[in-house]
Design a protein around this ligand. Structure first.
Ligand code: ITT
Ligand code: NA
Length: 183
């Protein structure tokens, strides 16, 4: 069954397609579901997935991905507001803000919500790293300033990023659940 990955973010869709190749075909759909105001990525993703599943006809399953970058020294900012901050402040200026701090630790977190006629399930993944001056041409969003094990996520291929990233870990939890459910 085709899984509809509901996102306007081509980078997220590329990673999901790559990870799920050989499991299920992934179709990217740009449906503008309501992003509720919440500190909880779970609530935002689950609400969005439910709404998208119903509004898109209630037949094919959907996946929604709500993610954020959490900077330790900034009290977890931008967190659930990461998309807004990327659009307004930008990645480069967020790095400059973080570079004034001694503690450069940060983590990415994503929650994937899957919705079908049986209900909604959420799966999470996170990865801890260090903020650095931008490097690398790959990935998307905050990847150039997020270093893991000596490389920024923008210096990794899609497959390499999936092997260690927040999204890869959430996709792993999802596929494990999905396989058990079919069995
Ligand atoms: P959709 O809501 O349409 O899926 P979005 O880009 O608005 O796309 P989010 O609301 O989840 O996604 O916002 C997450 C923000 O964090 C956004 O600025 C992304 O570019 C960024 N982001 C998410 N995953 C990332 C990753 O793996 N690497 C770098 N930046 C990421
Ligand atoms: Na969004």
């Amino acid at each position: 069954m085709t899984v509809r990955f509901v996102t306007g973010n081509e980078g997220k869709a590329r990673e999901a397609r790559d990870y799920l190749s050989g499991i299920e075909p992934v179709e990217q759909i740009e449906y503008d579901y309501t992003e509720i105001q919440s500190d909880s990525l779970e609530e935002i993703a689950a609400h969005g997935a439910r709404e998208a599943f119903d509004e898109l006809g209630g037949e094919e399953p959907v996946l929604v991905d709500d993610a954020g970058l959490f900077v330790e020294a900034l009290g977890g900012f931008p967190g659930p507001y990461s998309a807004y901050v990327e659009d307004t402040v930008g990645v480069e200026r967020l790095w400059r803000l973080a570079s004034e701090e001694e503690n450069r630790r940060a983590h990415f977190r994503t929650v994937l919500a899957y919705a079908d006629e049986d209900g909604t399930e959420t799966f999470e993944g996170s990865v801890a790293g260090t903020l650095v001056a931008p490097r690398g041409e790959g990935g998307f969003g905050y990847d150039p300033i997020f270093e893991y094990n000596g490389q920024t996520l923008a210096e990794l291929s899609t497959e390499e990023k999936n092997a260690i990233s927040h999204r890869g870990r959430a996709l792993a939890a999802f596929t494990e659940w999905y396989a058990d459910r079919d069995a």
